[in-house]
Design a binder for this molecule. Structure first.
Ligand code: PLP
Length: 445
């Protein structure tokens, strides 16, 4: 779990960091090291009660370990503890954040987006929908029934009317339904999910963009989970055509703490049109007095934010640039291959039925049984038996009609059916797959 070299590299970098303050009289805060040592041991013990998220045998929820360089850079910056709200609080880390925004914008062909990091996808989406609501006051926001539940909740917070759009058998937003709703009027914004959290399905962005010929509406892309997959060489052609149009939307949310190898607390919002920055205008008497340069707090809803997140992302971009063909992109290719292979293997299993073909790196599969209620029970049983063998999966509750398209012979005696779900978001999952499949089969024994 812990590579000892990490602590050594961090120690060396801290010595270098300290050089920056050598002009000051010495001041080293002291603390009760003996008591702190005991407390830390208690912490280590308490923290043993977790799933092994870092390990390839954790193949469940959307959890990906941070890259060591991100962890080291994050930890290093804590000795400064910068606050990226304002330049007074985080000079270097604010500059690093702006550079990261340029890197992320380039992934979508945007040279000068307005954007910043955020606490996560929820906060970043909140900001996107707040701007959407300001620009289309009183009009509805719509998102697919498989979109993240945060959109329904955020619109409630913002007081914006919201409606869900049905999904097709793949779990993608139904374009005909979107068109019908646009025809009825009062739609201000369509949220297009590029990789939904449950199924990894990619909404048909290209087709929704085409509707702008006839209707006027904003498009917000929620790419919190799937945003990086445009870099992947092995992205399917069906998905590629939508990813290639991401630059045409009005705003994009991408979570570096999902697929971007970052510790938690790192989401990102990007706006294509930088003039939306004027919506944030406010007069803070406290914050902006040291510099004429832009403070990130002038274009964020959140105030205090960890500069550490920007430092960690900046370091990761230096080591693994988010560009096509690079090592980072190849890691995404491995995830795509792993998901496809698992889906194919499950087709050959007598114990499982895979549902939709994975579009990204999430595989959803049912445990074979005569009825939906029995399949649900068996899924929960396999989940537990797999955990006993240190194979960690996730469960997902799906509407039975979505499930039935893939298993028409199963009697429907419940509204929903519990399925198993594996997010294969570590590149190492590809090499470990044979072992994972064997453990899965044994758990359904
Ligand atoms: C994870 C996720 C969110 C919520 O983001 P957090 O970082 O958990 O706040 C929103 N939308 C999608 C598609 C997601 O996958």
């Amino acid at each position: 779990m812990i590579n000892k070299r990490e602590l050594e590299l961090l120690g060396n970098a801290l010595v270098k960091l300290e050089d920056g303050t050598s002009g000051l009289p010495d001041f080293t805060p002291s603390f009760d090291t003996e008591r702190a040592a005991e407390v830390l041991m208690d912490v280590a013990e308490r923290m043993q009660d977790n799933y092994p998220y870092f390990h390839p045998q954790y193949a469940g929820q959307m959890l990906k370990p941070p890259h060591p360089v991100a962890r080291m850079a994050y930890a290093l910056s804590l000795w400064v503890n910068p606050n990226n709200h304002a330049l007074d609080g985080g000079r270097a880390s604010s500059a690093m954040e702006k550079e990261c925004i340029v890197d992320l914008g380039r992934m979508f062909g945007w040279d000068r987006p307005l954007g910043h990091l955020a606490g996560g996808g929820t906060m970043a989406n909140l900001e996107a929908l707040w701007v959407a609501g300001r620009l289309h006051p009183g009009k509805k926001v719509i998102a697919s029934a498989q979109a993240h539940y945060t959109h329904g909740r955020i619109t409630e917070v913002l007081g914006i009317p919201f409606a869900g759009v049905p999904v097709d058998t793949h779990g993608r937003m139904d374009v005909a339904a979107v068109e019908r709703m646009l025809g009825e009027g009062e739609i201000g914004t369509v949220v297009v999910t590029m990789g939904n959290t449950g199924l990894g399905a990619v909404d048909p962005l290209e087709d929704i963009l085409a509707l702008r010929d006839r209707y006027e509406f904003r498009i917000h892309a929620d790419a919190a989970y799937g945003g990086y997959f445009g870099l992947a060489h092995e992205l399917g052609s069906d998905q590629r055509r939508h990813y290639d149009r991401l630059g045409d939307v009005d705003s994009i949310v991408i979570d570096p703490h999902k697929h971007g190898l970052q510790p938690y607390g790192c989401g990102c919002i990007l706006f294509r049109d930088p003039s939306v920055g004027t919506l944030y205008k406010h007069d803070s008497p406290y914050t902006y007095f040291s510099s004429g340069e832009m403070h990130l707090g002038e274009i964020t809803l959140e105030c205090s934010r960890p500069g550490a997140s920007a430092v960690a992302l900046w370091a990761t971009h230096r080591l693994l640039p988010p560009t096509p063909g690079g090592d980072f992109a190849q890691g995404l290719d491995a995830c795509l291959r792993a998901a496809r292979t698992l889906w194919r293997d499950l087709h050959n299993s007598s114990k499982f039925t895979p549902l939709m073909q994975p579009e990204l790196d999430i595989v959803v599969y049912a445990v074979n049984a005569a009825s939906t209620s029995a399949a649900s029970e068996r899924a929960r049983d396999v989940f537990q038996k797999a955990a006993d063998r240190e194979l960690h999966l996730a469960l997902i509750e799906l509407p039975s009609d979505l499930f039935s398209g893939y298993a028409p012979e199963v009697a429907v005696d419940s509204d929903t059916v519990t399925c198993l779900r594996s997010t294969l978001m570590k590149p190492e999952h590809e090499e470990w797959l044979e072992r994972l499949t064997a453990l899965l089969e044994a758990s359904a024994g």
